[in-house]
Design a protein around this ligand. Sequence first.
Ligand SMILES: CC(C)(COP(=O)(O)OP(=O)(O)OC[C@H]1O[C@@H](n2cnc3c(N)ncnc32)[C@H](O)[C@@H]1OP(=O)(O)O)[C@@H](O)C(=O)NCCC(=O)NCCS
Length: 173
Amino acid sequence: MRTRRAMLPDAEAIHRLIAQYSGDGTLLPRSFADVCENIRDFVVVESGGSVIACGALHIYGPHLCEVRSIAVSPRARRQGAGRRVVRSLIRDARRHNIGSICLFTRIPAFFERLGFAPGRREDLPDKIFKDCLACPRLHCCDEVPMLYARVSMPDAIKMPQPLLARHELVTLR
Ligand SMILES: CC(C)(COP(=O)(O)OP(=O)(O)OC[C@H]1O[C@@H](n2cnc3c(N)ncnc32)[C@H](O)[C@@H]1OP(=O)(O)O)[C@@H](O)C(=O)NCCC(=O)NCCS
């Protein structure tokens, strides 16, 4: 297995991987155009010349990024590819010196093994404005918000005040 940054020719394989898990709501759907536009967010794991896993790091700002679209081909599960993807995205977040990493999941046990801990939804307004407000499950969400324990501190999640004013972000509390 080899973990590497995704390149545009990987977009089709990434789109297929995500589509396998978005039909039942496990993952948020992503169009082919969306994958292409954000290809630089993605890492992939290759085995035998094929892409068998993918994941993306969405950057909100210096205060916060989100691990998303983690998918491993059904035939390659439980062989360490998912772990490789998440660890690679954590390294990326560190390289960018981002204050905190969040994610939303229904399988917290998988992410706890990788250093994430349950967090509070109300500390993550960026995510709520990006995805949750448009989600049909807004008021019955069963996903657990998680934060990467080693870099996350409640104060680090808030965007620095001058940036906050510039982007006119609304605080939920
Ligand atoms: C969840 C998923 C990414 C895991 O990837 P994987 O390659 O199968 O997992 P790995 O082999 O890297 O497993 C790493 C560790 O997590 C554990 N694990 C794997 N899947 C798990 C799950 N669903 N729940 C809890 N723990 C899990 C493994 O046993 C392993 O534990 P260990 O470190 O003690 O050996 C993969 O099953 C998948 O693509 N699922 C469908 C899409 C999805 O749910 N994505 C995440 C949405 S937030």
